[in-house]
Design a protein around this ligand. Sequence first.
Ligand code: SF4
Ligand code: SF4
Length: 229
Amino acid sequence: IFLYRYPQYHFLNLMTLIYDFFTGLEWLPKEVNCENTKVKPGTYEIEDNTKNSNKLLSEPIKDFFLRKALETDDPFDYAVQAIRRIIIKVNNRRVSQIPDCIISMNGCCIPGQKRIYITTDGEFKVCEKIGYSPSIGNIETGFNKDELIKHYYYDYIEQSKNDCTHCWASKLCPLCFSNCYDENGFNLTTKRNDCTRAKNFVKDCLIIYHELLEKNPELLADIIKSTDV
Ligand code: SF4
Ligand code: SF4
């Protein structure tokens, strides 16, 4: 939004300004996490999703933080905090000698456990990012477990399993409910629209992890150690 309003700011200059700003806040505890995320389209049609499915919106941001992380030896540097979750995710992945038959439900949460979105007419939605989707209850009657299980477990698993069991990215796939539903329920076409993006994300995670492993292995070891504390 900022770049749209102020096109005179070059992207890298802006990122450098943000980086310098947070790095310069002496009172900010170093352990404070920094999340590198993007606005999710939910089930609304966004041109970027259909036309540029090979490109991650956040790609240049990740690239910026990776370059910075390669230059530092501080596991709590602001740039490191921005890619910490990715590093831990890859580091803690399940590694086995033989193909493994257990595949998780991609990056899905447990509906209703951590967050909930309540519409103005009192319906419960899985989260604020999901857009049009079946409700999982309402303020009058509480959770509707049958609907929740039907839409967000059975339908999701049944219609996804053929794709996901044949996908190289399945162990680290971040895709979740937020891009897979419309008002009628699970929509495999909508979900598939986001698969390329999810696979590119997994590829980026592997690149970030292994570039650090090759070029700054001490930092990688310190990042992993610092999360055990
Ligand atoms: S974004 Fe996805 S994983 Fe996160 S709360 Fe929403 S549905 Fe769950
Ligand atoms: S990218 Fe698509 S097919 Fe692959 S694991 Fe994720 S949801 Fe399944």
